[in-house]
Design a protein. Structure first.
Length: 160
């Protein structure tokens, strides 16, 4: 990963630590699901109180809109796509931070996001139009959706 990507990841992680309203947290998990114009963002934290996580928001409202956490993660998604277009853009990013300074980031390019509220299928076609990928990198669940909108968007596969 480039320095720019690493800096964005650190920025988001630092903001997450500042946003947890409790000192007894053990682990923070940020989850960003994104396609086209639809996205969901969750911040969960786990602590000494037991296995059930608590949910919080990010304390980033004082920042300009483009610098808020969900927008920073969207910029990260685009930056990562620009580095490797044939792979496509990730659908889900999960960042996990521990109070012992352990840090893990996973990007899911293959699986349909586990949405809290399902977007309309055309959002997937819009996302593919914005972030096309090679046929071999199109998940099997996505191809029927793309075929539904193939004529509208004039999709041509393997043109990367």
């Amino acid at each position: 990963m480039t320095n720019e990507i690493n800096e964005l990841i650190k920025e988001v992680g630092g903001m997450a630590v500042q946003s947890v309203p409790s000192n007894d947290w053990i682990c923070i998990k940020l989850i960003r699901r994104r396609i086209s114009t639809y996205g969901e963002f969750n911040v969960l934290y786990f602590g000494t109180w037991g296995d059930e996580p608590k949910q919080t928001g990010m304390k980033d409202k004082h920042l300009p809109a483009g610098k808020r956490t969900h927008n920073t993660l969207d910029a990260l998604r685009k930056l990562m796509y620009d580095q490797d277009p044939p792979l496509g853009a990730w659908y889900t990013c999960v960042m996990t931070l521990s109070n012992e300074n352990d840090f893990d980031v996973k990007f899911d390019y293959e699986n349909k996001p586990e949405w809290e509220h399902q977007p309309v299928e055309e959002e997937y076609a819009e996302d593919f139009k914005q972030f096309p990928r090679k046929s071999e990198n199109i998940p099997s669940w996505l191809m029927p959706i793309l075929n539904t909108f193939r004529e509208k968007y004039l999709f041509v596969f393997d043109d990367l």
